[in-house]
Structure formats: C-alpha cells, structure tokens
Design a protein around this ligand. Structure first.
Ligand code: PLP
Length: 413
C-alpha cells in the first residue's frame, strides 16, 4: 500500500482554527519526569472496583437499551442526581434546565457557540483557563481580560470598563467567563460581595455569565459560597463536571441554564445526546457509591497534597515567590519577580526533570511572563516535594544564567 499522502489544501480550512493547539508543547513526555504541569486527577482515587461492577451491570441489566440512541434509564438517573446535587449547592433547577455534556469543556464550547457571532466581545479573568480562551477564539471572539486578586476577579475594573464602553459607544461583552471557586490557575475564590456586584452588572449591562464550577466539590475548608447562578439565574450558564469527582476519562459534565437556552443548546448538539452507555455505567456507579464519603476522601487527599506542595515551596523558594493559598481545587499559581520569564526557564526545568505550565498560556495576550501554574493533584506527595526541589534548582540555574547575560533588563515577550 502506498502510504505517501497528498498534502491537503489547508487554505480551504476555517481560518479560525490555529495550526497548533494553544498548549501541548509545554508538557514533557518523559515518563520519569515529575509532571507538575498536568491538571490531572489522582488516579489512586478513581473508584475502580465500583466502576467495574457498574460496567458489568450496565451491560447485563439493560445492555441493549444502553447501547441504543436512547431508552435506557441511566441518563434519567444522572439528571436526577445532578438536580439533587445542584440543590445542595443552592441551585434550584428542573431537569429541563440540565444538559449532560461531554465534560465541562464541551459546556464552555457550547455556551460560546450559543452566544457568539464573530467579532463579539468576550470578557474573561486574567489569568483564565486556556481551553476557554481557545473556545472563544474559535468563535471569532474579541477577548478582554480583567485581573484577579486574592478575592477573585476585580469586579470594579470590570465595571469601569463597562462604563467606558458605554460612554465611548464601544461594544459590550456578550459573556463573561469566570471560575468563581478554586480558580484554574489562580487558586482563588470570588468573594460574596463581588459575586453580588457581578450579578448586578450582568443585569445592568445585559451580558451572560458563564460560571465554571468545575472544582466546586473539592472544598478544603467547608466554607460554602452562593453561586452566581443562584444570584442571577436568568443571566447565568452554569457548568460542572464529573471529571474531578469521579474520573476525567468518563467525559461527563453538565450545564444548567434557563430551559429556553437549554432547548437551543440541544439543537447545537445536533440532537445527539452525550454517550448513553457511559451514562448508564455512571448511573450504576452513583447508585452504589457513598458519594459523601468518596468526596471526603478526595478532599482529605487533595488538601494534604496541597499542604505538602505549599510547605515544599516555602522551604525551597521562600520569598522568591508569592501565591494565594487555594481553599480547594488542583492548582497553585506562583508569581516570581518581574525579571523572571517562566517560558524561558522551562527548558531548564525540563533538564531538571520537572514540568509546569508557563503563565503566558493563561492570558489572551500571552502576558503573565513571571507566573507559572503547578498542579498538586496528580503526583504523589513524595514526588511533589521532589518536583519542587527540582524547580528550585532550575530557578537557581536560570538566575545564574540571567546574571551571566547581565540581564538587568526585564525579560518579556
Ligand atoms: C476550570 C475548568 N473547567 C473545565 C475543565 C475541564 O473539565 P472536563 O474534563 O469536564 O472537560 C477543567 C479541567 O482542567 C477546568 O480546570
């Protein structure tokens, strides 16, 4: 067989699709490296035994219906489960308001497709989740970003920009994308006051809030927060996922929105529901799993991972870095002195056998040169501590190189 292929005519492809993904080159492939870049769940916590039982039950009890387009009981069970779980977070939603998706990432993409025309304004946090940036770019959005601090996004800056846009006759945002709890990558949580202000702004300036609550269940402190959905249900498209509480590979998440929006989102999914068979398995799993106990186990594990990483950073990098202590989630966001460029430091870190995600990936304009994201969820505690020690060694080497280059000029790109 002739395997030489004709090069396809790439000029016929949509100009909105970049030639390469926005992230990928930043992760190292060597298996012996310590992957502090991977935003992965801890595989030791996947409920494998219950999943095995559940998969067997899905095949044996209702296999033929579960393998059809529809008709199996699993999807209905999942909807009811999500409805109850959402209610426990203060979200009162009927099942007509819930759409099960192929992960929260699909939820972001669907929300973007639902709302955006090319050229529309999308406003985001700086930094923000890189896949969301990619989803908005793919819709041809014009992106503006607003800084976060220890209390989440600085809503006063957003308000100033809205006032300025009205005064100067510029376009207002169609949507504001936010991760109000345990932000990826910032680790911070939006204060109640700012939530209320944001909900008021959405009403006043007529934009939608896309609330990405992916880490909501991984709450290390017990402190609960009122969701933006609860504060402005008619203005909010709410997203969540089973990735962080069961396993990312099952690719199940959900959206909650007004039924009129959900019925259009169903049209966007071209009438195809999210994998029925997977939902059937997960329905059996949720039926058997003591979810509260499972969640507490996840929290205990991830909190301890966070504490180990924080202690290692404090001892190895001391006052060279600053960060907010995350009250949940997976990530620590380090800020180095302004002269540091974490993208330039990356090859040195790789030589030391450790990976991270350089800060620029989380900014629509590729700024954020002196930040980096570390993930504490994936590696064992021992490896986390070892990884931080490698990172500190890489940083020292990078600083020495900078000194040799006489680099007193801040390095940026
Ligand atoms: C904020 C945020 N939203 C969504 C996702 C993706 O979730 P899913 O696996 O459900 O697509 C992630 C995962 O990294 C995330 O950090």
């Amino acid at each position: 067989m002739n395997t030489v292929q004709q090069v396809p005519d790439l000029s016929r492809l949509s100009s909105r699709i970049p030639a390469a993904p926005s992230i990928g080159s930043t992760t190292v492939s060597q298996p012996d490296h310590i992957h502090l870049s991977f935003g992965f769940a801890a595989d030791s916590l996947f409920p494998l035994e219950v999943l095995e039982q559940s998969a067997l039950q899905a095949i044996r009890q209702d296999g033929t219906r579960a393998l059809q387009y529809s008709g199996a009981p699993g999807p209905r069970y999942i909807l009811d489960w999500i409805q109850r779980r959402a209610a426990s977070h203060g979200i009162q939603a009927g099942t007509a308001q819930i759409l099960v998706t192929n992960g929260a990432t699909q939820g972001i993409a669907l929300a973007a497709q639902l709302l955006l025309e090319p050229g529309d304004e999308v406003w985001v946090e700086a930094p923000t989740f890189f896949s969301a940036l990619q989803a908005f770019r793919l819709c041809g959005a014009s992106i503006q970003a607003f800084p976060i601090d220890g209390d989440g996004v600085q809503v006063d800056k957003l308000e100033q920009a809205l006032i300025g846009a009205v005064r100067e006759g510029r376009a207002l945002p169609k949507l504001f994308y936010t991760m109000p709890v345990y932000h990826n990558p910032g680790g911070v949580t939006l204060s109640l006051l700012r939530r209320q202000q944001l909900a008021d702004l959405a009403r006043k300036y007529n934009f939608y809030i896309v609330e990405d609550d992916a880490y909501a269940e991984l709450n290390f402190t017990g402190q609960t927060y009122t969701t933006l959905y609860e504060l402005a249900p008619e203005r909010t498209i709410y997203l969540n996922t089973f990735s962080k509480i069961i396993a990312p590979g099952i690719r199940l998440g959900w959206m909650i929105a007004h039924p009129l929006l959900v019925s259009r989102l169903r049209i966007l999914m071209l009438g195809s529901s999210t994998a029925v068979f997977t939902q059937e398995i997960v329905a059996h799993l949720l039926d058997q799993l003591d979810f509260e106990q499972h969640r507490e186990q996840l929290i205990r594990h991830y909190r301890s991972q966070r504490d180990s990483m924080v202690a290692a950073i404090r001892s190895e990098l001391g006052d060279q870095v600053s960060f907010a202590l995350p009250e949940g989630g997976f990530f620590l966001w380090l800020t180095f002195p302004d002269t540091v460029n974490t993208a330039e430091m990356q090859p040195i870190a790789e030589q030391h056998g450790v990976s991270y995600v350089a800060g620029s990936h989380f900014y629509h304009d590729h700024s954020g040169h002196n930040h980096l994201r570390l993930c504490f969820s994936y590696c064992t505690e021992e490896r986390l501590v070892e990884g931080i020690s490698h990172l500190a060694a890489a940083y020292r080497e990078y600083q020495e190189e900078q000194l040799h280059q006489g680099a007193d000029i801040p390095m940026r790109y």
